[in-house]
Design a protein around this ligand. Structure first.
Ligand code: LRH
Length: 470
């Protein structure tokens, strides 16, 4: 194929971006057209996403992308998982809830009263996260009555652009309503839980064409081109894993942004009791692969701490903070990064201090030591999850790839190598957008097995190596 352009919309829980990629047979280059912050917004007593603001940023980004590259052939959209909009009569009914909203607790109870946790795991292979879509839906109660369809966040954007309502499979796998054996909606479970079957749109797979821009969308994007919207691994983690430049069979990955998703790419799910107890998930990957992984709280702990410090005393420079954290020589406490009390937004330093104090350790006094404590705790959790994944899947692991924003954090990468006792290969930082782009490119004719796509990534974005220090 000759050179061509595609656009990737990549929405993370902390920031979003619109990228344009130029793809040739030997190279893949990406430029950022728009970047914007994202995060929970409190409306009344609930946490939501500011979906209108996100929509505005996405449309502005795509308009700029098309102005610069009128020949953009395709658009792909990915975002964080599990959250959704309810639509009826062509309208979004209300702002989607944020997965960190507290209402999920009631939903967990309601679902588990009908389907026991072990039964749910056997049916879906998903780790228990209190915000899995199934629990959110159970918490909706009466408010489901006026909804015609449920659209996961990337599918909502695709619907705005094309008018087509679909459910992309990798992200649908995070709802806990998909059957991992068949890749279809789990009819039995949906019925058992009493959700209207009509809520769930037809499934599409990464690489499928969802549709082309409606005339309204073309107007808004100031283009006359028939741009197609292509389904990608619309779960951001699925896109990220596709772009992990794994070249060895003994590679594990950490997709590190707001979350640290730690695991392996497998051909078959591992749905043993041991995997359930370790809270490992079998999410759907691109090309029917299985993302066997565990959610570790990621840079959320650091970004929320910085947000609190900034609210108290003005801007905090991240690179200065990390440089100081790297120089901390006294031992710092390692705490459980996955403590559920650290899941909600607000006042993070105080809550982390509480968790540390509770285990009898001294709470670090300086911000540098505090940040170091966070990074040591994340590295410890990453290393442990890698070893657990290897054990549960019966695989040897000898190298860890760190992709996403965390790949920029040299201290975190080094500490992960140290604690895991194996090399870390860091990068690409924009793995998610790259994975998004690769699926579109392949769908438009770029030849490539997953291995070949990963070689292309490694060539265009050579990873940085960290050796374990012992
Ligand atoms: C990462 C992510 C993760 C999900 C969480 C809700 O952005 O998609 O894979 O578990 O957000």
């Amino acid at each position: 194929v000759d050179k061509f352009h595609v656009a990737a919309v990549d929405l993370g829980a902390t920031s979003g971006r619109v990228m344009v990629a130029t793809i040739g047979p030997e190279r893949l280059d990406m430029t950022e057209v728009a970047r914007f912050p994202n995060g929970p917004v409190r409306a009344g007593d609930a946490l939501h996403w500011d979906i209108e603001a996100l929509r505005g940023h996405v449309m502005a980004g795509l308009r700029a992308a098309l102005a610069e590259h009128p020949d953009i052939a395709s658009i792909g959209i990915d975002s964080w998982a599990v959250d959704y909009g309810l639509v009826a009569g062509g309208e979004l009914l209300r702002a989607p809830f944020h997965y960190r909203d507290e209402r999920c607790a009631g939903g967990v109870e309601a679902v588990h009263a009908t389907v026991a946790p072990a039964e749910l795991y056997a049916a879906t292979g998903l780790q228990h996260l209190p915000f899995n879509t199934v629990f959110q839906l159970a918490a909706e109660g009466e408010s489901l009555a006026d909804a015609e369809q449920l659209l996961l966040i990337p599918d909502l954007f695709a619907w705005w652009l094309t008018g087509r309502a679909v459910a992309e499979r990798t992200n649908a796998s995070t709802t806990a309503l998909l059957d991992p054996r068949t890749g279809q909606w789990h009819e039995g479970l949906i019925e058992q839980l009493g959700f209207p079957r009509s809520l769930f749109p037809p499934l599409v797979a990464p690489g499928d064409e969802i549709g082309t821009l409606t005339s309204d969308a073309r107007g808004e994007l100031a283009t006359t081109a028939t741009v197609r919207v292509t389904a990608v691994g619309s779960h951001d983690t699925a896109s990220a894993v596709l772009a992990v430049p794994m070249t060895r069979p003994d590679a594990a990955y950490v997709s590190c942004g707001t979350w640290g998703l730690v695991g392996l790419e497998l051909d078959e799910p591992v749905m043993t009791e041991a995997a359930r107890e370790a809270n490992f998930t079998n999410e759907g990957g691109v090309d029917g692969t299985v993302r066997f992984l565990h959610n570790v709280t990621g840079l959320w702990l650091l970004s929320e701490s910085i947000r609190s410090w900034e609210a108290e005393g003005g801007p905090v420079d991240l690179s200065t903070l990390l440089a100081h954290a790297a120089r901390v020589s006294e031992p710092v406490p390692v705490f459980d990064a996955n403590d559920p009390r650290l899941a909600a937004p607000g006042d993070m330093p105080r809550r982390i201090a509480g968790v540390i104090a509770e285990s009898g350790d001294d709470v670090p006094v300086t911000r540098a030591a505090f940040a170091r404590s966070i990074l040591e705790s994340l590295a410890a959790a990453f290393a442990e999850a890698v070893h657990t994944a290897a054990r549960l899947a019966g695989r040897d692991v000898g190298v860890i790839h760190v992709v996403g924003g965390g790949a920029l954090n040299a201290l975190l990468c080094q500490l992960t190598a140290d604690r895991a006792g194996m090399p870390v290969l860091a990068g690409p930082v924009e793995a998610t957008a790259l994975g998004n782009v690769l699926v579109q490119a392949r769908s438009l004719g770029l030849a490539g097995s997953r291995a070949e796509l990963r070689e292309l990534v490694a060539r265009s974005h050579p990873p940085q190596r960290y050796e374990p220090r012992r």
